[in-house]
Design a protein around this ligand. Structure first.
Ligand code: NAD
Length: 244
């Protein structure tokens, strides 16, 4: 307990799945959490937790990011932690992917985190410290899905490494996690396809899918001062799937 005492943390996509698990864990560890999400219904639910405030944010809007980061600093004084976690899933087959699909995916999964870093780092620089963690995906690392989703998560990986190189001088750390298949609303439909589920489990050395809190615990470490010399770090959380 207390690993994030007095920290002010923004978690995008904080109203569902892994983001909601982080909101719960971070607040238990002493942080004040701003769960920033586009889904107002789920935001109302997550805001019932102690020390969690929901704020509506569309991560793909530059203007919206400016408003939300200013509102957080006006109310709480600073932003210690940003978790760039919001994202959308894509289509499966390359033949189905349109220019609009590609643009939307990159706008949310790659431009969104870029904007988060752009706006939060402004306040972090003033404070002389900050910690940013991005949720990419195992699909950015291994050849899993020749589609717009993998490309957007690979783009996020490059953005994160560049930001780590750029912001180390300001004592702002930028790290990235690469989850495997985690049981969240995003992947809930996989359960309907027994063959796919069996294949995924067979291909995972640990023989099971991951749980949201298992990602949240790893991100907690990277976000906290315990990881004080880790920046540009990349942590795979996939039960061994990509090592196979
Ligand atoms: P989820 O669908 O439960 O949560 C995603 C959240 O992002 C939702 O609350 C949604 O409302 C929010 N969101 C979507 N578009 C937004 C926008 N424009 N602005 C603000 N919020 C927006 O999914 P999850 O599985 O918890 O996913 C979290 C992150 O992890 C995503 O970036 C996802 O791509 C990534 N990821 C998921 C898996 C997995 O297997 N679940 C694996 C690897 C990576």
């Amino acid at each position: 307990m207390g690993r994030l005492d007095n920290k002010i943390a923004i978690i995008t996509g904080g109203a569902s799945g892994m983001g909601a698990a982080m909101a719960e864990l971070f607040s238990q560890e002493g942080a004040t959490v701003i769960a920033a999400d586009i889904n107002e219904e789920n935001l109302a639910k997550i805001s019932e937790l102690d020390n969690v405030e929901g704020m509506k944010l569309d991560v793909s809007s530059d203007e919206n990011w400016a408003e939300v980061t200013k509102a957080v600093v006006d109310k709480y004084g600073r932003i210690d932690i940003l978790i760039n976690n919001a994202g959308i899933a894509g289509k499966k087959m390359p033949d189905d992917i349109t220019e609009q699909d590609w643009a939307l995916m990159h706008k949310i999964n790659s431009f969104g985190p870029f904007l988060g870093i752009k706006h939060a780092s402004k306040y972090m620089k003033e404070a002389g410290k900050g910690s940013i963690v991005n949720t990419s995906s195992y699909t950015a690392i291994i050849g899993s899905g020749f589609n717009e989703y993998s490309a957007s998560k690979g783009s996020l990986r490059a953005i994160a490494r560049a930001a780590a190189a750029e912001f180390g001088q300001f004592n702002i750390r930028v790290n990235t996690v690469f989850p495997g298949v985690i049981e969240t609303p995003m992947t809930a439909n996989i359960g309907q396809f027994k063959e796919v589920m069996d294949m995924l489990i067979r291909a995972t050395p640990m023989g099971r899918l991951g749980q949201p809190d298992e990602v949240a615990k790893a991100i907690l470490f990277l976000a906290s001062d315990e990881a004080s010399y880790i920046t540009g770090g990349e942590l795979v959380i996939d039960g061994g799937y990509s090592a196979r």
